[in-house]
Design a protein around this ligand. Structure first.
Ligand code: NAD
Length: 455
């Protein structure tokens, strides 16, 4: 634990010198990070294949390419984001200027999960660097090859007094949380998120909590079923369903269930073949514990799939029908390639069903009707999502990403990341040329005058 103290003190000292606040320094750091990711591309792909059997295509699209794009976007806009912003002053402040300055918090702690083990550690780091912070990253212990590579990349790119990686499991994380940070950015489960917030509350440290939960995918009777099938199969089974915003379950209008399910089966085969064990390209489950947890859900009416292989920790895309809220699979976030299907006839029952549970991180609605889409947006609170697509909202740097209620606190990506890691300092620059008397209480008729200005 002493080691963390020493590391944090080093970072505090470095931060206090002010280097990280210079825009030029931040730009150079982002360029260095980009170059290091590029030059380690093959090692990254190998490590991701080792820990999760990710294909090179998936690794590039979901871990490497997305980070390079985030850095490119940040570099393009950072000057504008970092510039002090002039805002209006009210009449009571006539003659004064009002400005908002952004400043880094200081030393940030970033704790990340295993499902996109490189991306989810580095994406917040981009925001931390852009805003001018120092940072310590604590990646997941469940994906050691990527955590080791992350440490190698970061230590080869930055001095540890600026950015460092601390590897380890729960105890390491808890040890780090005992220290005083200026910001804590956590991505992971709801239960651990609560512990993080509790630890941060002791020193009133601001937090972002990127959590999970059960994200519904609604398919209405007027949906374009061919596209819905393809886009849901993609979003659900990419990374074997181990995506925080993967559709957790399908909520489909009873009239189109049969037609949809037959199209869905075709889409699965088209995207992932009819034998993922033979193709060898399907992402595996991260650990035996998660594999056992998931296979326990495979029971009842198995509409498609269901096969699993413990030696390779692989579960094929699986669809369960005749599911109710009482089934085990509906009681916790699935986080695997199993899609339970609930049906509805009356959409108010479906909306009630969703609203009786914690607010989802994501929600997807497939429908050609604007009024149906609008009803869903108005009646259900959730972090973010898509109309007629799944997961894709995450790829836009213009859309800040985060949860609400139990699915998270705060948001990031694109400018959202810069804002998350910046404190906005509001400054009123007062004129010394005039000094209006009405604000002073000892002035004769002061209240009367004040009421003329502030009505
Ligand atoms: P997790 O909460 O078990 O672990 C996340 C991190 O917290 C790891 O680094 C781990 O070492 C650390 N940790 C675990 N237990 C801890 C404790 N008691 N005290 C302090 N630190 C602790 O989550 P996970 O299994 O790695 O990831 C899966 C979860 O993350 C899912 O719920 C998923 O929805 C969520 N997730 C959310 C997002 C998002 O952006 N919202 C992204 C990916 C994953």
């Amino acid at each position: 634990m002493n080691d963390y103290k020493e590391l944090i003190q080093k970072q505090r000292k470095y931060f206090s010198k002010g280097h990280t606040k210079s825009l030029e320094f931040r730009i150079q750091a982002l360029q260095k990070l980009r170059d290091s990711i590029k030059s380690n591309e093959q090692e990254l792909m190998d490590a991701l294949n080792k820990v999760l059997n990710k294909s090179e295509f998936d690794s590039y699209i979901t871990e490497i390419g997305i980070l390079l794009e985030e850095i490119r976007f940040t570099l393009k806009h950072i000057k504008k984001w970092a510039k002090p912003r002039k805002v209006k002053s009210s009449i009571a402040q006539f003659g004064a200027k009002s400005m908002i300055y952004t400043e880094p918090y200081g030393v940030a702690l970033v704790i990340s999960p295993w499902n996109y083990p490189f991306e989810l550690a580095v994406a917040p780091l981009i925001g931390a660097i852009a805003a001018g912070n120092c940072a310590v990253l604590k990646p997941s212990e469940l994906t050691p090859a990527t955590s080791e590579l992350l440490e190698k990349i970061i230590s080869g790119t930055f001095p540890e007094e600026y950015i460092a990686v601390v590897q380890g499991g729960v105890e390491t994380s808890q040890g780090l949380l005992k220290e005083k940070w200026d910001y804590i950015f956590f991505t992971g489960s709801v239960s651990v998120g609560k512990m993080i917030m509790e630890a941060a509350a002791k020193s009133l440290t601001p937090v972002t909590l990127e959590l999970g939960g059960k994200s519904p995918c609604i398919v209405h009777k007027d949906a374009n079923l061919v596209l819905a099938a393809k886009r849901i199969a993609w979003g659900k089974f990419i990374n074997a369903g181990q995506t925080c915003v993967a559709p957790d379950y399908l909520y489909i209008h009873r009239e189109v269930q049969d037609e949809f399910l037959s199209l869905f089966q075709k889409a699965i085969v088209e995207l992932y073949t009819d034998d993922v064990f033979k193709s060898g390209e399907f992402t595996r489950i991260v650990s035996e514990r998660h594999f056992n947890r998931l296979t326990h859900f495979i029971k009842g009416s198995i509409h498609y799939g269901g096969k699993h292989e413990s030696s390779s920790l692989t579960i094929e895309p699986t669809v369960l029908t005749d599911v109710t809220w009482e089934d085990d699979v509906m009681k916790e976030e699935i986080f695997g390639p199993i899609l339970p299907v609930l049906t509805y006839s009356d959409h108010s029952d479906m909306i009630d069903g969703i609203n009786q549970r914690p607010k989802p991180l994501a929600l997807y609605v497939f429908s050609e009707s604007e009024s149906f889409q609008q009803t869903i947006l108005e009646k259900i609170s959730f972090g973010g999502g898509c109309i007629n697509d799944t997961v894709y909202h995450l790829s836009s740097p213009y859309l800040p990403f985060g949860g609400v209620g139990e699915s998270g606190v705060g948001a990031y990506r694109g400018k959202g990341s810069f804002d998350t890691f910046s404190h906005e300092k509001s400054i009123l620059k007062q004129t010394t040329k005039v000094d209006f008397p009405f604000r002073y209480q000892n002035r004769k008729n002061g209240l009367k005058l004040l009421k003329k200005v502030i009505k």
